[in-house]
Write a protein that binds this ligand. Structure first.
Ligand code: MN3
Length: 203
């Protein structure tokens, strides 16, 4: 059975950038529900043996499966993965980009410099209509980083890209503190990016 991952920090540690109540609800209600529904569905279907398999592999192989497993994995499996890696990509410790030369160099070679990258990522996030995520994804084959918006649970794994950095833009991720001010949420999120983790993704 899949389980809700424990956060690598306390719920309140991302204050004032993400408030405690948002973290608790997002993790214990929203994310837990994706895990529960994924598990319930896997048991209910004839595909129970897959419940112990690696989830990224399971979702990457989605074309091999048939309904209802396909739809179940697509919805709850991907939501589960997206949130699990999202928690990992955050850190209560402020991290200077200059301490991560690989990340800095890759950003510079794809987006001119770090400031331009931040501006482009923010602009892209503000353009996302309705619900979904903004992703910095790595096209390893062409050694290229690109910023992409995907609707709902879609993510770079579906297109054979590697996720490097990602931002949940559903309103449940920011509404309590920021209401409709998505730009405020994005600005605060920048303060808590786990750059060490992001840097490792590129190696
Ligand atoms: Mn979410």
């Amino acid at each position: 059975m899949f389980t809700l991952p424990k956060l690598p920090y306390e719920y309140g540690e991302l204050e004032p950038n993400i408030d405690t109540q948002t973290m608790i609800i997002h993790h214990t209600k929203h994310h837990q529900t994706y895990v529960d529904k994924l598990n319930a569905g896997l048991v209910w279907t004839e595909y129970e043996p897959y419940s112990n398999s690696d989830l990224v592999k399971l979702v990457s192989d989605i074309s091999k499966y048939q309904e209802p497993l396909k739809n179940l994995i697509k919805n709850h499996g991907w939501w589960h993965i997206n949130h699990s890696i999202f928690w990992e990509s955050l850190s209560p410790k402020s991290q200077d980009i200059n301490n991560f030369p690989l990340l800095k160099e890759k950003i510079a070679s794809n987006f001119i410099d770090f400031e331009s990258f931040q501006k482009q990522f923010t602009e892209k996030s503000l353009m996302l209509f309705w619900s979904g995520w903004t992703w910095l994804e790595f096209d390893r084959k062409n050694n290229k980083l690109q910023i992409t918006n995907y609707q709902n649970q879609e993510n770079p794994y579906m297109y054979s890209y590697e996720p490097i950095l990602w931002l949940d833009l559903r309103e449940h991720a920011y509404y309590i503190s920021n209401q409709n001010r998505r730009a405020d949420y994005i600005a605060k999120w920048r303060n808590i990016i786990n750059r060490e983790y992001v840097n490792q993704k590129l190696s």
